[in-house]
Design a protein around this ligand. Structure first.
Ligand SMILES: N[C@@H](CCC(=O)N[C@@H](CS)C(=O)NCC(=O)O)C(=O)O
Length: 234
């Protein structure tokens, strides 16, 4: 691993940034930490919405976000945020190790991708099935199945998660407690995705206020300027 503190020639972090994706969170965190970085842009295939094969040269899964820091490559948003905060945060954006907030911080860092995102991704998939072109005689069957799975399983799951998050944000201003932390950056994506996908998030007062608060942060806005237009996808 290339160690900035010992090489004498500091490297610059590269964010491999896919348009309309979770890598927006990484840009935002880097802005919050005031770290220099460069962006390598990748464009989704307009038909499949998948990342281009070039991203597989950076990491075998070819997903975004992924960062390069010297000779080191780090993938998976939660791992990237934790890496950046621990390596460069100098105690910022993370609760003290022995505090009550530290366990909450860890929980949200895992929960965002491990629990909140799967039903949101399922909704995206079934919405796509409903809209996809297909032979007329298959259409009613495919659409019927998609609508039934969404109504009986996917949407109730999303609602359950959003109700849980609404109640958590009624307890404290930020996810790990009174102070803004990287857990809020990590949690922004499922809440933005739920709000955008027509879920109750936009109408639930604490979730809506959370979105307003994060969108007003100068670092969030700087990240948008650098990353370009941002519309959420899977
Ligand atoms: N859990 C992973 C998910 C990574 C992921 O699925 N990224 C999406 C963008 S939001 C992606 O690369 N999609 C394009 C593709 O799968 O080809 C993370 O949080 O980093």
């Amino acid at each position: 691993m290339n160690d900035r503190s010992t090489t004498g020639s500091p490297t610059i972090i590269t964010v491999h940034h896919l348009n309309n994706s979770r890598s927006q969170r990484v840009l935002w965190l880097l802005e919050e930490l005031g770290l220099p970085y460069e962006i390598k842009f990748y464009e989704r295939d307009t038909k499949t919405m998948l990342a281009p094969p070039a991203l597989r040269a950076v990491h075998p899964l070819g997903k975004s976000p992924v960062i390069s820091d010297g000779t080191l490559t780090v993938a998976e948003s939660g791992a990237i945020l934790e890496y950046l905060v621990e390596r460069y945060g100098q105690g910022r954006l993370k609760p003290a190790a022995d505090s009550a907030e530290a366990l909450r911080y860890r929980y949200w860092m895992h929960y965002a991708e491990g629990s909140a995102m799967p039903p949101l991704l399922m909704k995206l998939v079934f919405d796509t099935v409903e809209r996809s072109p297909m032979p007329f005689f298959v259409k009613p069957i495919a659409r019927g199945i998609a609508a039934k799975v969404k109504a009986s399983f996917v949407q109730p799951q999303i609602d359950q998660h959003m109700n849980f998050l609404e109640a958590e944000l009624a307890r404290s201003e930020w996810f790990a407690g009174a102070a803004f932390s990287a857990a809020d950056v990590q949690m922004s994506f499922p809440i933005e995705a739920a709000a955008q996908r027509g879920g109750p998030a936009a109408r639930q007062p604490h979730l809506a206020a959370f979105l307003t608060r994060i969108h007003a942060r100068p670092a969030y806005q700087r990240a948008l300027e650098r990353g370009g237009p941002y519309q959420l996808m899977g």
